[in-house]
Design a protein around this ligand. Structure first.
Ligand code: AP5
Ligand code: MG
Ligand code: ZN
Length: 212
């Protein structure tokens, strides 16, 4: 089954995707990770995306949609998780068209629910591996050796947009643009909700039970 995983910044989309990839062999399509890779490689796409990301704003739909379409074209039948896409109703509508052109479907759009108070400490304490993207947290999930990725030995750093002023814009952007997707997916019949405030392992069990 293919999934959309959505929720506020820090809700745990990346953390849950990482587990789905590891345990079920699904493919994670994180538009945020794709943009960060493009920035690192200094591609034209990266240059276009960076100024929006640094401010906590959405990258324009036309850029994101084209990028996702290209990834979906090269999946070779593997089940996938869309992490962070769609992020507004226009993107959800575009996704619907792309999927039907490619004879693909989304089984569930799972919303990870976490209160705003919890999101802030998750985001300010988050650290990520520069090489493989593994997600850590200074308190709840520190790397075994500080600054070094447990999984690949890469450098563990803080994301540029995990600064308090940018986080505030990201949360506002989420409320204005992404929250309305809950209603969109409710009416499409694909909506499911998971309590994202539980321990990450319990969240994973809930997500997995929705795949049956
Ligand atoms: P993106 O990279 O998608 O960022 P985001 O949506 O802000 O989400 P995050 O990655 O911050 O959070 P997450 O839900 O993955 O949480 P995580 O698992 O890391 O997008 C970045 C930017 O790219 C956007 O601002 C935009 O500019 C652009 N962009 C991306 N997609 C776009 C699109 N479709 N359209 C336009 N622009 C787009 O967890 C967070 C922390 O919490 C970690 O430290 C983790 O260890 C901890 N944690 C996770 N789960 C738990 C738990 N259950 N209990 C305790 N702690 C937990
Ligand atoms: Mg993420
Ligand atoms: Zn790593």
């Amino acid at each position: 089954m293919n999934l959309v995983l959505f929720g506020a910044p820090g809700a745990g989309k990346g953390t849950q995707s990482e587990r789905l990839v590891r345990e079920l062999g699904m493919v994670q399509i994180s538009t945020g990770d794709l943009f960060r890779a493009a920035i690192k490689n200094k591609t034209a796409l990266g240059v276009q995306a960076q100024s929006y990301m640094d401010k906590g704003q959405l990258v324009p739909d036309s850029i994101v949609i084209g990028m996702v379409d290209e990834v979906l074209a090269n999946l070779n039948g593997k089940s996938f998780i869309l992490d962070g896409f769609p992020r507004n109703v226009a993107q959800a509508e575009a996704l619907g068209k792309i999927l039907s052109q490619r004879n693909l479907t989304i089984g569930k759009a799972i919303f990870l629910e976490v209160r705003k108070e919890d999101l802030l400490s998750r985001l300010t304490g988050r650290r990520v591996c520069k090489s493989c993207g593994a997600v850590y947290h200074v308190q709840s999930k520190p790397a075994k050796i500080s600054g070094v990725c447990d999984q690949c030995g890469g450098e563990v750093i803080q994301r540029n947009d995990d600064k308090e002023d940018v986080i505030a814009t990201r949360l506002k952007t989420y409320e204005e643009s992404t929250e309305p997707l809950r209603g969109y997916y409710r009416s499409s019949g694909q909506y499911a909700e998971v309590n994202g405030a539980q321990d990450a392992e319990l969240v994973f069990q809930s997500v997995k039970s929705l795949l049956k």
